[in-house]
Design a binder for this molecule. Structure first.
Ligand code: GLA
Length: 657
């Protein structure tokens, strides 16, 4: 099964007509057509409407909605409504409600209130999914199944405990192996019977890290398993309809690589912070990750037309930003630009969350921007399905994410995404296009790249792929606090970076997390003087060449030839300008073509034969574009250079002839 084939980019959003009287539905479809909307995601939170009482079914309204959309030429992503069970489920079967870390059972009255290990929840959910799939299997509007919503539930109840024990038996085999893996010899934690083993729960002091790490793996596997349970029902009944579930942005709970492997297409919910002038960098990072998860086009399933309602202060997006953010997603591989939600709610917890049709109605700035965006996306149709090609891979691995953020570490400030961003930011600034890869990428996977950046790899399972990549002529950059533990979270004796020592030609004796006011002065003949902060290592050189060092001679940037390639190690956090110089140097060494110079805040990405330019800055800028092009968005010719105003975008194809 492959992703839904699109002749065009998809445009639309979550459509929740059950919140509105039926008179409004016809106007919805008419406005969708006006805005160029071609897709609606229906039914995400409709469990209580479809099954008002246990076992009853009310599909009549949904029949009418799907028929109406179809008659209007709007295709449907149909959701299984399993993310938000109705009150009757929790009321009759309290064991389906999740229990938190402190042992409190959570109530219904919100959403997401289910234990993913509960057989009772799963039985009710699958019965509903089965009936939904049977009912709409042949509906001509149905193009994609959208399973649940933003998988991320975690539960600590007794049913979960039993499930966790089954999972642990499968992973470790015997209790002796589990005791060994969790190093339960420490603090008298040895388990004498499987019944004693529980999920991490509130305890007097630090909880066993092996237990926590295995629980993180288990929670991820359990959510993948609950996705698969629904997907298998859908596959059986509608083998030709592809299946997705929407990722919750950059979220640690589910291993994105594991879940994406079972999806037909990846979809993503993304809400950049309007108060962060650098939010476009994190957006680019998340979009590159989504494209990488299945190495192909992905769907922007949700974004906001204006304000969200869940930050402390929620201003609307300034005029033009929605367009820039949407084109940015398309440039980085999105084949769909969709929203939460079509029409802003008039009641309920999210009534102040923007919609494509705002409270003010269609005679509004937001709706005019929504209409204009529809026209833009129609003009960008030629890019649908086209690939984005990258020379650089960045390693992002969920097991490592869970492990490196366990507590009682040298620094409680160490956040994996910050480290990834520290590497991604300069690469973005340099115009390098980046894919992400898991730490388990094979040598064949890595061979597609010239440079592999490992912002952090605290937990190392197998150093071989990186070693052979470098031996074969590749370049790697590895960040500090890497090569510390094995997959059981047990330290490699002899000094970090453990199994990466030989590759990197150095040995770390001690790690030194720095305080907020600590600034290091570094000197380097190649990179010039610079400051650094956050971290430093006390390390010994074992063959590497020192590229930069502190004034007392302690090396902070090292380079080690290995086979036909080179392995760099960065033992601190260089200031941004130095990070840009460092990555420029590394990219040049790796043979990656430099991107043309352009003003800060201007993003340049090639997708297929379209060169996208997006100005995220506030000032008007002029960007050099050698050759003659046509802008798909305006039809105008562009020769030599183009001017982009605030949030200005261009999608340039070479001029024919
Ligand atoms: C998530 C959910 C939506 C909605 C939005 C609000 O992405 O999937 O249902 O709650 O957040 O931003």
């Amino acid at each position: 099964m492959t992703a839904p084939r699109t002749r065009a980019l998809r445009y639309g959003g979550d459509y929740n007509p059950e919140q509105w009287p039926e008179e409004v539905w016809a106007e919805d479809v008419e406005l969708m057509r006006r805005a160029g909307v071609n897709t609606a995601t229906v039914g995400v939170f409709s469990w209580a409407r479809i099954e008002p009482r246990p076992g009853e079914r009310d599909f009549g309204w949904l029949d009418r909605v799907l028929d109406l959309l179809h008659a209007g030429g709007i295709e449907v992503f149909l959701a299984t409504p399993t993310a938000s069970p109705p009150p009757w489920l929790g009321h009759r079967f309290p064991e389906t409600l999740p229990v938190d870390f402190d042992g409190h059972r959570l109530a219904y009255g919100s959403r997401n209130q289910f234990c993913p290990s509960s057989p009772v929840y799963r039985e009710h959910a699958l019965a509903l999914v089965t009936d939904l799939a049977r009912r709409y299997a042949d509906h001509p509007a149905l193009k994609l199944w959208h399973v649940g919503n933003e998988l991320g539930q975690v539960c600590h109840c007794d049913t979960t405990a039993a499930h966790f024990r089954r999972w642990l038996r499968a992973r470790h085999g015997t209790l002796d192996e589990l005791n060994e893996a969790w190093h339960t010899v420490f603090w008298s934690q040895r388990y004498g019977s499987w019944d004693e083993v529980i999920p991490p729960r509130r305890a007097p002091y630090l909880i066993n890290p092996g237990q926590r790490l295995d629980f993180a793996r288990f929670c991820s596997d359990t959510l993948v398993e609950s996705f698969l349970a629904e997907r298998d029902v859908l596959r059986r009944i509608t083998p030709d309809v592809p299946v997705t579930t929407n990722f919750m942005g950059l979220h640690p709970v589910v291993d994105g690589w594991a879940l994406a492997a079972h999806e037909d297409v990846v979809s993503h919910d993304w809400y950049p912070d309007p108060a962060d002038p650098e939010s476009h960098v994190l957006s680019a990072l998340s979009f590159d990750l989504m494209r990488s998860l299945k190495r192909g086009p992905w769907l922007l399933m949700e974004q906001a037309a204006g304000a969200v309602n869940w930050r402390r202060r929620n201003p609307p997006k300034p005029a033009g930003q929605l367009r820039a953010q949407s084109v940015q997603a398309v440039a980085r591989g999105a084949d769909a630009v969709c929203f939460f939600q079509w029409r802003a709610s008039r009641g309920g917890a999210e009534k102040f969350h923007s919609g494509m049709v705002p409270h003010a109605g269609p005679d509004s700035r937001v709706f005019r921007e929504v209409e204009a965006l529809g026209a833009d996306l129609a003009a960008l149709a030629p890019v649908a399905g086209a690939p984005v090609v990258a020379d650089v891979a960045v390693v992002l691995d969920w097991e490592n994410w869970w492990a490196v953020e366990l507590d009682a570490h040298p620094s409680g400030d160490f956040a994996l995404l910050d480290r990834v961003r520290d590497c991604y930011r300069p690469l973005f600034e340099l115009g390098a296009t980046v894919d992400f890869v898991p730490a388990t990428a094979s040598p064949a996977d890595l061979a597609a790249y010239r440079l592999v950046v490992v912002p952090n790899l605290y937990l190392v399972r197998d150093p071989e792929p990186l070693r052979s990549f470098v031996a074969g002529g590749g370049t790697v950059v590895v960040g500090f606090f890497s090569g510390v533990v094995d997959e059981r979270d047990q330290v490699f004796p002899g000094g970090y970076p453990g199994p990466l020592r030989e590759l990197l030609g150095l040995r770390v004796e001690e790690v030194v997390p720095l305080g907020p006011d600590d600034v290091l002065a570094c000197s380097s003949a190649e990179l010039g003087g610079f400051t650094a902060d956050f971290w430093r290592d006390d390390l010994l050189v074992e063959g590497a060449e020192v590229v930069a060092a502190l004034d007392d001679g302690t090396p902070v940037v090292l380079r080690h030839r290995h086979g036909a390639g080179a392995a760099w190690y960065v033992a601190t956090r260089p200031e941004e300008g130095a990070a840009v110089r460092l990555f420029a140097r590394v990219l040049a060494e790796a043979g990656v073509e430099p991107a043309p110079d352009r003003p800060r805040g201007v993003e340049v990405v090639r997708r297929g034969d379209v060169l996208f330019l997006v100005n995220h800055g506030v000032d008007e800028v002029s960007v050099d574009v050698p050759g003659a092009h046509v802008d798909l968005l305006t039809g105008a010719g562009v020769s030599g250079s183009t001017t982009l105003g605030r949030f200005g975008v261009a999608a340039l194809v070479p001029q024919a002839g």
